[in-house]
Design a protein around this ligand. Structure first.
Ligand SMILES: *Cc1c(COP(=O)(O)O)cnc(C)c1O
Length: 374
C-alpha cells in the first residue's frame, strides 16, 4: 500500500486551481492581480477619503443589484465578520428573547452567545442532529428568530421562511450562502454574512442587508436599551454605513476583493448565474458519491443538501485523512471535513468561484487516490 503523500496524480487529471476550502475560499486570480495592480493608489490610503469610500459605495450598490434589494432595505457593514455580528446582535437587535435553529457549529455559536448574555432571557433552542435541518416554531415570546441559510460545518442548507405569523424579526446567518443562494426578501429582516466564503473575498468584515423593521429595531434599542460596547453598536454601524464608512478601520483588501467579486457576479448574470454554478458543481459531487462504492452524501435528505458546501462520507476502509493528505501533496487543498464533526468525511466548497470543471477533475483525482490506497 502506498503512503498517501507518495501518490502522484498525473498532471492532466489535476484541476487547474486546487483550492476547495469552505472558508477562506478560493479568491479569483484576476481579483488578486487587480489588487496588486492598484499599486500605490488604493492600499495604504485613508478609509475616510473618497478612494476607499467609493469602494464601499460600490459594494453597497453591487449588493443591491445582485439581490434586487427593495429600496427600503439598507446595506450595513462593520468590522469583525459574522462572529462579531452575533455579539452586536445580542446587544443591538434582540430585545429579550431569541430562538435559534441549531444544526451545527455555526448556528450553535450564535445560540451560545445569547445563552451567555446576562441582559437577555435564556434563548429557545431548537436543535436537530448534524446532517439534518431543524424547523423554527412561531412563539409570541420570541422577538428574533436566528436561522442559518447554510450550516457550513455539516453541509446542510435551510429553507429561509419567516415562521408563520411570527411577530419577531428573522435574522439569517448567510455566511456560506450569500452570493450563491437565492432568497426572498419578505422572508427575512436581516441577512448577514462574512465575505471569505461564497463571495471569495477575505475575512474581517460583516455585511447585513436589513429590512425597515430591522432598522427600526436597531434605532429602538439604541434609544432605549442597555449600554452597548461602542465597537458592537449596530446604530453606529448603520450611521457610518450610510456614509460609506465603518465604525473603525476596515480591511481594505477585503473591500477591494469584494467589489471585484460583485462586479464579476453582476456582469456574469447575477445571483442566478452564481447559484447555478454552485448547483452544477455540487450536483457533480452528490451524483458521484451516490454512485460510488466508497463514498456517500452525508446529508440524507436531498432537498437540504447544500449547493455550496458538499459533505461526503467515506467508507471505513478509506480514511478521509489519507485522501486529504494525498490531495494536498498534489496541490489540492482544504478538502478535509469539519474537525469537530469528527466524521470520516470530505468537505468540498462549491462556491461560484470554483469552476465546475475543476470539481469534475477533483472527483477523478479522489477516485485515482482511492484506487491506490487500497
Ligand atoms: C464561517 C462562518 C461563520 C464565521 O465567520 P467569521 O468571519 O469567521 O466570523 C459564521 N457563520 C457561518 C455559517 C460560517 O460559515
Amino acid at each position: 500500500m502506498a503512503q498517501p503523500t507518495d501518490i502522484v496524480i498525473p498532471a492532466d487529471l489535476l484541476p487547474r486551481d486546487g483550492r476547495f476550502g469552505s472558508g477562506p475560499s478560493k479568491v479569483e486570480r484576476a481579483a488578486l492581480d487587480a489588487l496588486a495592480a492598484s499599486g500605490s493608489y488604493y492600499m495604504g490610503t485613508s478609509h475616510r477619503q473618497p478612494t476607499v469610500r467609493s469602494v464601499v459605495a460600490a459594494i453597497r450598490d453591487g449588493l443591491r443589484r445582485l439581490y434586487g434589494l427593495p429600496d427600503a432595505y439598507e446595506v450595513v457593514l462593520g468590522v469583525g465578520g459574522a462572529t462579531a455580528f452575533w455579539d452586536a446582535a445580542a446587544f443591538g437587535l434582540i430585545r429579550r428573547r431569541s430562538q435559534h435553529a441549531v444544526f451545527g457549529e455555526f448556528s450553535g455559536k450564535f445560540a451560545a452567545v445569547t445563552t451567555g448574555a446576562p441582559h437577555l432571557d435564556a434563548p429557545e433552542i431548537i436543535e436537530s442532529p448534524p446532517g439534518t435541518c431543524p424547523r423554527p416554531e412561531t412563539s409570541a415570546e420570541i422577538d428574533l428568530y436566528a436561522l442559518t441559510h447554510n450550516e457550513t460545518s455539516t453541509g446542510v442548507m435551510m429553507p429561509i421562511k419567516r415562521p408563520a405569523g411570527a411577530a419577531g424579526l428573522v435574522a439569517v446567518d448567510a455566511t456560506s450562502a450569500a452570493g450563491a443562494m437565492e432568497v426572498q426578501h419578505g422572508e427575512y429582516d436581516v441577512y448577514y454574512f462574512s465575505l471569505q466564503k461564497a463571495f471569495g473575498s477575505e475575512g474581517g468584515l460583516w455585511i447585513a442587508m436589513c429590512s425597515p423593521a430591522a432598522v427600526d429595531r436597531i434605532d429602538l434599542i439604541a434609544a432605549s436599551g442597555p449600554w452597548v460596547p461602542p465597537f458592537l453598536s449596530l446604530k453606529s454601524a448603520l450611521e457610518n454605513s450610510r456614509k460609506n464608512q465603518t465604525t473603525n478601520t476596515p480591511a481594505l483588501a477585503t473591500l477591494f476583493l469584494m467589489r471585484h467579486q460583485l462586479d464579476r457576479m453582476n456582469e456574469q448574470g447575477g445571483l442566478r448565474w452564481a447559484a447555478d454554478r454552485s448547483r452544477r458543481s455540487s450536483s457533480l459531487i452528490y451524483e458521484w458519491a451516490e454512485a460510488s462504492a466508497h463514498a456517500a452524501p452525508f446529508v440524507t435528505e436531498p432537498t437540504t443538501r447544500s449547493t455550496t458546501v458538499a459533505t461526503i462520507d467515506l467508507i471505513d476502509s478509506v480514511q478521509a485523512d489519507d485522501v486529504e493528505a494525498a490531495l494536498r501533496a498534489n496541490g489540492i487543498v482544504d478538502t478535509g471535513g469539519y474537525r469537530k464533526l469528527g466524521r470520516n468525511q470530505l468537505r468540498i466548497a462549491c462556491f461560484p468561484n470554483v469552476d465546475p470543471d475543476d470539481v469534475a477533475a477533483l472527483i477523478g483525482a479522489i477516485d485515482y487516490i482511492v484506487e491506490r490506497l487500497d
